[in-house]
Design a protein around this ligand. Structure first.
Ligand code: SF4
Ligand code: MG
Length: 283
Protein backbone atom coordinates (compact mmCIF):
# COMPACT_ATOMS: atom_id res chain seq x y z
CA UNK A 1 0.00 0.00 0.00
CA UNK A 2 1.36 3.41 -0.94
CA UNK A 3 2.43 5.84 1.79
CA UNK A 4 1.81 9.57 1.52
CA UNK A 5 5.44 10.04 0.52
CA UNK A 6 4.79 8.04 -2.63
CA UNK A 7 2.35 10.74 -3.71
CA UNK A 8 5.23 13.24 -3.68
CA UNK A 9 7.26 13.98 -6.81
CA UNK A 10 10.50 15.88 -7.26
CA UNK A 11 8.90 19.13 -8.46
CA UNK A 12 9.48 21.94 -5.99
CA UNK A 13 6.34 24.04 -5.55
CA UNK A 14 6.87 27.71 -6.40
CA UNK A 15 4.17 28.94 -4.04
CA UNK A 16 5.26 31.74 -1.70
CA UNK A 17 6.58 30.53 1.68
CA UNK A 18 3.57 30.29 4.01
CA UNK A 19 0.95 29.95 1.26
CA UNK A 20 -1.99 27.85 2.45
CA UNK A 21 -1.85 25.71 -0.67
CA UNK A 22 1.14 23.72 0.69
CA UNK A 23 -1.08 22.19 3.36
CA UNK A 24 -3.83 21.38 0.87
CA UNK A 25 -1.26 19.50 -1.21
CA UNK A 26 -0.08 17.60 1.89
CA UNK A 27 -3.66 16.81 2.91
CA UNK A 28 -4.47 15.37 -0.53
CA UNK A 29 -1.33 13.20 -0.40
CA UNK A 30 -2.14 11.95 3.11
CA UNK A 31 -5.80 11.33 2.36
CA UNK A 32 -4.95 9.43 -0.81
CA UNK A 33 -2.61 7.15 1.14
CA UNK A 34 -5.02 6.77 4.06
CA UNK A 35 -7.85 5.52 1.84
CA UNK A 36 -5.51 3.01 0.21
CA UNK A 37 -4.97 4.56 -3.20
CA UNK A 38 -1.91 4.00 -5.37
CA UNK A 39 -0.49 6.91 -7.42
CA UNK A 40 -1.68 5.27 -10.64
CA UNK A 41 -5.21 5.16 -9.26
CA UNK A 42 -5.49 8.91 -8.78
CA UNK A 43 -5.97 11.77 -11.25
CA UNK A 44 -5.65 15.39 -10.13
CA UNK A 45 -7.10 17.94 -12.54
CA UNK A 46 -6.67 21.65 -11.93
CA UNK A 47 -7.59 24.99 -13.41
CA UNK A 48 -5.54 28.18 -13.57
CA UNK A 49 -4.29 30.19 -10.61
CA UNK A 50 -1.61 29.70 -7.98
CA UNK A 51 -3.64 26.75 -6.66
CA UNK A 52 -3.91 25.31 -10.18
CA UNK A 53 -0.26 24.32 -9.98
CA UNK A 54 -1.15 21.59 -7.51
CA UNK A 55 -1.70 18.97 -10.23
CA UNK A 56 2.02 19.17 -11.05
CA UNK A 57 3.13 18.66 -7.46
CA UNK A 58 1.46 15.34 -6.74
CA UNK A 59 2.75 11.98 -7.94
CA UNK A 60 -0.40 10.83 -9.76
CA UNK A 61 -1.96 11.44 -13.14
CA UNK A 62 -2.14 15.21 -13.52
CA UNK A 63 -3.84 17.60 -15.91
CA UNK A 64 -3.33 21.35 -15.63
CA UNK A 65 -6.33 22.67 -17.53
CA UNK A 66 -7.46 26.12 -18.51
CA UNK A 67 -9.08 28.85 -16.46
CA UNK A 68 -12.35 27.74 -14.91
CA UNK A 69 -12.43 24.46 -16.80
CA UNK A 70 -11.03 21.93 -14.35
CA UNK A 71 -14.47 20.40 -13.81
CA UNK A 72 -15.37 19.62 -17.44
CA UNK A 73 -11.99 17.91 -17.81
CA UNK A 74 -12.33 16.05 -14.53
CA UNK A 75 -15.79 14.80 -15.46
CA UNK A 76 -14.47 13.61 -18.82
CA UNK A 77 -11.63 11.75 -17.14
CA UNK A 78 -14.05 10.05 -14.76
CA UNK A 79 -16.45 9.04 -17.52
CA UNK A 80 -13.60 7.60 -19.58
CA UNK A 81 -12.17 5.66 -16.66
CA UNK A 82 -14.38 5.04 -13.67
CA UNK A 83 -11.60 3.11 -11.99
CA UNK A 84 -9.69 6.32 -11.33
CA UNK A 85 -10.26 8.44 -8.25
CA UNK A 86 -10.59 11.94 -9.65
CA UNK A 87 -9.86 15.13 -7.72
CA UNK A 88 -10.50 18.49 -9.36
CA UNK A 89 -8.99 21.55 -7.75
CA UNK A 90 -8.51 25.26 -8.22
CA UNK A 91 -9.02 28.62 -6.61
CA UNK A 92 -11.99 30.81 -5.79
CA UNK A 93 -11.47 32.96 -8.87
CA UNK A 94 -11.20 29.86 -11.05
CA UNK A 95 -14.22 28.03 -9.64
CA UNK A 96 -16.55 30.82 -8.57
CA UNK A 97 -16.03 33.42 -11.33
CA UNK A 98 -15.25 32.12 -14.82
CA UNK A 99 -15.90 28.52 -13.75
CA UNK A 100 -19.11 29.00 -11.77
CA UNK A 101 -21.34 27.73 -14.58
CA UNK A 102 -19.41 24.47 -14.56
CA UNK A 103 -19.36 24.32 -10.77
CA UNK A 104 -23.13 24.39 -10.26
CA UNK A 105 -23.85 21.97 -13.08
CA UNK A 106 -21.13 19.55 -11.98
CA UNK A 107 -22.60 19.66 -8.48
CA UNK A 108 -26.13 18.85 -9.63
CA UNK A 109 -24.87 16.22 -12.09
CA UNK A 110 -23.26 14.36 -9.17
CA UNK A 111 -20.45 12.39 -10.81
CA UNK A 112 -18.31 10.50 -8.34
CA UNK A 113 -15.48 13.04 -8.11
CA UNK A 114 -14.06 15.39 -5.47
CA UNK A 115 -13.74 19.14 -5.99
CA UNK A 116 -11.39 21.07 -3.70
CA UNK A 117 -11.39 24.86 -3.90
CA UNK A 118 -8.49 26.73 -2.35
CA UNK A 119 -10.35 29.84 -1.26
CA UNK A 120 -8.02 32.76 -0.47
CA UNK A 121 -10.62 35.43 -1.25
CA UNK A 122 -8.38 37.12 -3.83
CA UNK A 123 -6.74 36.55 -7.22
CA UNK A 124 -3.17 35.61 -6.22
CA UNK A 125 -1.51 34.59 -9.49
CA UNK A 126 -2.31 37.94 -11.14
CA UNK A 127 -0.94 39.77 -8.09
CA UNK A 128 -3.94 40.64 -6.01
CA UNK A 129 -7.31 41.61 -7.43
CA UNK A 130 -10.76 41.35 -5.86
CA UNK A 131 -12.37 37.92 -6.37
CA UNK A 132 -15.99 36.74 -6.07
CA UNK A 133 -15.11 35.70 -2.51
CA UNK A 134 -13.72 39.08 -1.44
CA UNK A 135 -15.89 40.89 1.10
CA UNK A 136 -17.60 44.20 0.40
CA UNK A 137 -15.18 47.03 1.11
CA UNK A 138 -12.14 44.89 0.23
CA UNK A 139 -9.40 47.10 -1.23
CA UNK A 140 -7.12 45.82 -3.97
CA UNK A 141 -5.57 47.17 -7.14
CA UNK A 142 -8.85 46.43 -8.94
CA UNK A 143 -11.02 48.04 -6.23
CA UNK A 144 -8.83 50.79 -4.74
CA UNK A 145 -11.82 52.48 -3.08
CA UNK A 146 -13.09 49.15 -1.70
CA UNK A 147 -15.32 46.59 -3.42
CA UNK A 148 -18.98 47.63 -3.74
CA UNK A 149 -20.01 44.00 -4.48
CA UNK A 150 -20.91 41.42 -1.89
CA UNK A 151 -19.07 38.11 -1.53
CA UNK A 152 -20.85 35.02 -2.79
CA UNK A 153 -21.43 32.04 -0.52
CA UNK A 154 -20.09 28.83 -2.08
CA UNK A 155 -21.64 26.64 0.61
CA UNK A 156 -25.14 28.05 0.08
CA UNK A 157 -24.73 27.72 -3.68
CA UNK A 158 -23.50 24.13 -3.43
CA UNK A 159 -26.38 23.14 -1.19
CA UNK A 160 -28.92 24.90 -3.42
CA UNK A 161 -27.48 23.23 -6.51
CA UNK A 162 -28.19 19.80 -5.04
CA UNK A 163 -24.80 18.83 -3.65
CA UNK A 164 -24.60 15.44 -1.99
CA UNK A 165 -21.42 16.28 -0.03
CA UNK A 166 -20.53 19.75 1.25
CA UNK A 167 -17.61 20.46 3.57
CA UNK A 168 -15.37 23.34 4.48
CA UNK A 169 -11.98 23.43 6.14
CA UNK A 170 -8.92 25.55 6.87
CA UNK A 171 -5.49 24.78 5.45
CA UNK A 172 -3.97 25.19 8.93
CA UNK A 173 -6.12 22.37 10.25
CA UNK A 174 -4.31 19.56 8.45
CA UNK A 175 -6.00 16.86 10.54
CA UNK A 176 -9.54 18.02 9.77
CA UNK A 177 -8.75 18.73 6.13
CA UNK A 178 -7.18 15.30 5.59
CA UNK A 179 -10.16 13.54 7.19
CA UNK A 180 -12.62 15.52 5.08
CA UNK A 181 -10.75 14.70 1.88
CA UNK A 182 -10.79 11.02 2.86
CA UNK A 183 -14.56 11.19 3.41
CA UNK A 184 -14.97 13.07 0.13
CA UNK A 185 -13.04 10.43 -1.80
CA UNK A 186 -15.09 7.67 -0.19
CA UNK A 187 -18.39 9.46 -0.86
CA UNK A 188 -20.18 8.01 -3.88
CA UNK A 189 -21.04 11.22 -5.71
CA UNK A 190 -19.80 14.77 -6.18
CA UNK A 191 -17.96 16.01 -3.09
CA UNK A 192 -17.39 19.71 -2.66
CA UNK A 193 -14.80 21.00 -0.19
CA UNK A 194 -14.12 24.71 0.18
CA UNK A 195 -10.79 25.28 1.91
CA UNK A 196 -9.75 28.60 3.45
CA UNK A 197 -6.19 28.78 2.13
CA UNK A 198 -4.59 32.14 2.94
CA UNK A 199 -2.64 34.13 0.35
CA UNK A 200 0.11 35.55 2.54
CA UNK A 201 1.50 37.80 -0.17
CA UNK A 202 -1.52 39.75 -1.39
CA UNK A 203 -4.37 39.30 1.08
CA UNK A 204 -3.47 41.20 4.23
CA UNK A 205 -7.05 41.06 5.56
CA UNK A 206 -8.00 37.36 5.47
CA UNK A 207 -4.85 36.18 7.21
CA UNK A 208 -4.24 32.99 9.24
CA UNK A 209 -5.08 34.94 12.40
CA UNK A 210 -8.25 36.35 10.84
CA UNK A 211 -9.46 32.88 9.89
CA UNK A 212 -8.60 31.49 13.34
CA UNK A 213 -10.71 34.21 14.94
CA UNK A 214 -13.66 33.86 12.58
CA UNK A 215 -13.97 30.15 11.83
CA UNK A 216 -16.79 28.26 13.55
CA UNK A 217 -15.91 24.57 13.86
CA UNK A 218 -18.86 22.19 13.68
CA UNK A 219 -17.29 20.22 16.56
CA UNK A 220 -18.91 22.85 18.79
CA UNK A 221 -22.33 21.44 17.92
CA UNK A 222 -22.37 17.75 18.95
CA UNK A 223 -26.08 17.40 18.03
CA UNK A 224 -25.58 18.67 14.50
CA UNK A 225 -27.02 16.30 11.88
CA UNK A 226 -25.18 16.53 8.52
CA UNK A 227 -27.98 14.64 6.76
CA UNK A 228 -30.47 17.45 7.40
CA UNK A 229 -30.31 19.82 4.43
CA UNK A 230 -32.44 22.55 6.01
CA UNK A 231 -30.36 22.48 9.19
CA UNK A 232 -27.22 22.67 7.05
CA UNK A 233 -28.45 25.77 5.23
CA UNK A 234 -29.48 27.39 8.50
CA UNK A 235 -26.13 26.71 10.11
CA UNK A 236 -24.25 28.07 7.09
CA UNK A 237 -26.29 31.28 7.24
CA UNK A 238 -26.08 31.60 11.03
CA UNK A 239 -22.28 31.41 10.86
CA UNK A 240 -21.98 33.71 7.85
CA UNK A 241 -20.42 30.90 5.85
CA UNK A 242 -17.51 30.44 8.28
CA UNK A 243 -18.52 26.93 9.32
CA UNK A 244 -15.89 24.17 9.05
CA UNK A 245 -16.39 20.42 9.08
CA UNK A 246 -18.69 18.02 7.24
CA UNK A 247 -21.73 20.22 6.67
CA UNK A 248 -23.95 18.03 4.53
CA UNK A 249 -23.95 14.52 3.12
CA UNK A 250 -26.63 12.59 1.27
CA UNK A 251 -25.64 8.95 0.91
CA UNK A 252 -28.95 7.91 -0.64
CA UNK A 253 -28.67 9.54 -4.06
CA UNK A 254 -27.03 7.56 -6.85
CA UNK A 255 -24.10 9.10 -8.68
CA UNK A 256 -24.39 10.05 -12.35
CA UNK A 257 -22.44 7.05 -13.61
CA UNK A 258 -24.75 4.62 -11.86
CA UNK A 259 -27.80 6.19 -13.48
CA UNK A 260 -26.61 5.57 -17.04
CA UNK A 261 -28.18 2.27 -18.17
CA UNK A 262 -25.48 -0.24 -19.00
CA UNK A 263 -22.67 2.20 -18.34
CA UNK A 264 -19.37 0.34 -18.14
CA UNK A 265 -17.90 -0.44 -14.76
CA UNK A 266 -14.40 -0.50 -16.22
CA UNK A 267 -12.26 1.95 -18.16
CA UNK A 268 -13.34 2.53 -21.76
CA UNK A 269 -9.82 1.60 -22.89
CA UNK A 270 -10.27 -1.89 -21.45
CA UNK A 271 -13.50 -2.61 -23.25
CA UNK A 272 -13.44 -4.57 -26.46
CA UNK A 273 -15.59 -3.36 -29.31
CA UNK A 274 -17.71 -6.13 -30.73
CA UNK A 275 -17.26 -4.94 -34.28
CA UNK A 276 -15.50 -6.28 -37.36
CA UNK A 277 -12.98 -4.32 -39.40
CA UNK A 278 -15.45 -4.23 -42.30
CA UNK A 279 -18.24 -2.85 -40.13
CA UNK A 280 -15.86 -0.25 -38.71
CA UNK A 281 -14.80 0.90 -42.18
CA UNK A 282 -18.45 1.26 -43.19
CA UNK A 283 -19.46 3.33 -40.18
FE1 SF4 B 1 0.00 31.57 -2.46
FE2 SF4 B 1 -0.71 34.12 -2.70
FE3 SF4 B 1 1.81 33.41 -3.19
FE4 SF4 B 1 -0.15 32.71 -4.86
S1 SF4 B 1 0.55 34.79 -4.43
S2 SF4 B 1 1.52 31.39 -4.11
S3 SF4 B 1 -1.87 32.34 -3.44
S4 SF4 B 1 0.74 33.26 -1.21
MG1 MG C 1 -8.03 33.00 -5.21
Amino acid sequence: MATFKEFRNNVKPNWCPGCGDFSVQAAIQRAAANVGLEPEGLAVVSGIGCSGRISGYINAYGFHGIHGRALPIAQGVKLANRELTVIASGGDGDGFAIGMGHTVHAIRRNLDITYIVMDNQIYGLTKGQTSPRSAAGFKTKSTPEGSIETSLSPLEIALSAGATFVAQSFSSDLKQLTLLIEEAIKHKGFSFINVFSPCVTFNKVNTYDWFKENIVNLDQFPDYDPTNRVAAMNKIMETNGMLTGLIYQDKTRKCYEDLIPGFAQEALAKQSLDITREQFDNL
